[in-house]
Ligand binder design. Structure first.
Ligand code: ADP
Length: 584
């Protein structure tokens, strides 16, 4: 039952709702005690021929008044308890979402999207139901149960009550056993559902690759296998779930049998009136729901506990990139200095960067080139503080980025990743993503710099055209240029372009880079690229090889060295010439 204690923080915030709701619930149980007594008296009067018109009227009127009262009370406790639980799931979902948005890429490497989705949907729903059905069944099984049992024992006969309740311990035992099995099977079913979620996520994301390799049938087959697995595991849950009701019904039946057997003997020996036995049997009927609720309680609480633990486990993972105590909230920009001795990705053994040192003055451009896997992206991403460097440092102006709040570091930087992401929103909103409230003029001016303005004007609704599932399909090059416009709109001190122009031709790329430079050269720019012509005009070019700088200098210095850079540059020039049909 500790899930109720775990949720206490929430019950406290909605103390009034829960207190009134529970009081109303108990009031309903209390009012419900009267009709059986009235009916019992009625039977006695009939048996002894003492029934008066006055008694009949009084009974009819009082039962007639109780019915609407119970109706109203039942309505309000439902509104109070169920309304509060919706609040709980909203709060939990928001917490989870906020927590997830703080996590670093390392977290997302370890946790599958499908699992996280399952936490945000199924698990939170199960916790919500603990806060409603759980509380309802707890209060109902205890308050109604005890009230009814006490009324039976005190106002009718305690011996008969004991006899009728004898099967109760068996019920407590079986329901708790079923509850345990249910808990285990539910966990397994939930894990299978997560796998299925993951599969759907992966298939939808990878639909192009699946089609390109003609793997649709295999993909459907593996989906179907996972789907079957979910069915089987949920069937196992349903089978144990299905045992609850019949078991309880048998026990309730046994209870009635004992009540009538013993009660009949008492009536024959005049220890009990027929009216009392009638009231008693109605009370026993009223105990069926609290008894069932008792069984459900295990069920609901078990599910709620499993789900709550899973959500809590995610919430308790501390973000691995946190602001140090006394982190600076504001730093002036200045030189950008990398002094990295060694950087190893978490969970990896080999260094991704070794001995990378350079300084850029404000407005200078750095070109980072090298083979795939040489460390170009890593070099850029370290500045974003997605991962912390243990052996080395990076400075913005005078300050190490590790002594500055994450928000402040990122305020200085605009980053265009390789795998750009556009949202299902208008083109204008996608560009203004980092600065809501930017004017249309500002948006258009960065779109012009990114050489995408003319393309956008060609879309059906221009800047208001929707992107994504419900809108236009953009080419890779258009997406890349919109991503660049988005970064340019931020107008930060530092701009990082991570091989983000691979899908545009060399001429457009040159136009975009010239556009960026034309902004007055305020922005320190870091460009990682495969196309060496993109960094020809950079103030410093680093050639990376296996995470180390193998060559460094300006374009002309590197050409003079006749190393990898020079060979590659000439090779690429030749390729470009061939593509253009031999004309230079
Ligand atoms: P490039 O951008 O030059 O292609 P990267 O910076 O992406 O190179 O990768 C450099 C090296 O770091 C590669 O060996 C790559 O496998 C490794 N690496 C990249 N990202 C991660 C990560 N998240 N975890 C572990 N290793 C990584």
């Amino acid at each position: 039952m500790h899930v109720f204690l775990d949720l206490m923080w929430f019950f406290k915030t909605r103390k009034k709702h829960y207190t009134i709701g529970i009081l109303l619930l108990i009031s309903v149980s209390f009012i419900g005690l009267f009709p059986p007594r009235i009916i019992g008296r009625f039977v006695d009067h009939v048996q002894h021929h003492t029934l008066t018109a006055q008694f009949v009227w009084l009974s009819v009127v009082s039962i007639g008044l109780m019915a609407p009262a119970m109706y109203v009370l039942r309505y309000y406790w439902r509104v109070l308890l169920f309304g509060s639980a919706i609040e709980l799931s909203t709060t939990l979902r928001l917490r989870l979402f906020q927590h997830l948005s703080k996590m670093s890429p390392t977290f997302y490497q370890k946790h599958r999207v499908g699992d996280l989705m399952a936490h945000a949907t199924n698990d939170i729903q199960a916790v919500e139901s603990t806060a409603t059905d759980g509380i309802l069944t707890l209060v109902d099984s205890i308050s109604t149960g005890l009230l009814v049992i006490a009324t039976m024992a005190v106002t009718i006969d305690w011996k008969l009550t004991i006899a009728a309740l004898l099967p109760m311990p068996i019920m407590a035992y079986t329901t708790s056993r079923y509850g345990n099995i249910l808990h285990r099977r539910f966990e397994v079913a939930q894990a299978a559902f997560s796998d299925l979620n993951d599969k759907v996520h992966e298939s939808v994301n990878g639909v192009r690759a699946i089609k390109a390799f003609g793997q649709e049938d295999n993909d459907i087959a593996s989906f179907s296998a996972l789907s079957q697995d979910v069915v089987q595991k949920n069937m196992a849950v349903a089978r144990i779930d299905a045992l609850f009701d019949p078991t309880i019904q048998v026990i309730v039946g046994a209870s009635f049998f004992l009540a009538f057997a013993v009660g009949a003997v008492f009536v024959v020996h005049h220890q009990l009136t027929l009216g009392d036995l009638t009231s008693f049997s109605i009370y026993l009927g009223q105990l069926i729901w609290p008894m069932l609720a008792f069984g459900f309680l295990f069920n609901i609480v078990e599910r709620g506990r499993a789900s709550h633990d899973r959500v809590q486990a995610i919430l308790s993972i501390a973000p691995d990139i946190v602001d140090p105590p006394h982190a600076l909230h504001h730093v002036e920009s200045g030189d950008l200095t990398y002094q990295i001795q060694r950087f190893v990705y978490p969970g990896s053994h080999d260094a991704a960067l070794l001995d990378v040192q350079f300084t850029l003055k404000p407005g200078q451009t750095l070109g980072v080139v090298g083979k795939t896997g040489s460390g170009k992206t890593t070099l850029l991403r370290l500045l974003l503080r997605e991962f912390d460097v243990d052996d080395g440092d990076i400075f913005i102006g005078e300050h190490t980025i590790y002594g500055v709040t994450l928000d402040e570091v990122r305020r200085h930087i605009a980053y265009v990743p390789q795998d750009h992401f556009l949202f299902s929103a208008s083109v204008a909103d996608n560009i203004a993503f980092g600065r809501f409230g930017a004017t249309r003029d500002e948006i258009e001016s960065v779109a012009k710099l990114a050489s995408v303005h003319d393309d956008i004007l060609g879309f059906p609704q221009g800047y208001d055209t929707l992107v994504g599932e419900r809108g236009v399909t953009l080419s890779g090059g258009q997406k890349q240029r919109i991503s660049i416009a988005r970064a340019l709109l931020l107008d930060t001190d530092i701009l990082m372009l991570d091989d983000c122009l691979s899908a545009v031709d060399a001429r457009t790329e040159a136009a975009i880079l010239a556009g960026i430079k034309s902004r007055g050269g305020r922005q320190t720019t870091l460009i990682a690229t495969h196309r060496l012509s993109a960094v020809e005009h950079a103030d410093l070019i680093l050639v990376l090889q296996g995470g180390r700088i193998s060559e460094r200098g300006t374009h002309s210095e590197l050409m003079a060295k006749r190393g990898w850079y020079a060979t590659m540059y000439e090779h690429q020039q030749l390729e470009a010439m061939v593509e253009q049909g031999g004309a230079v």
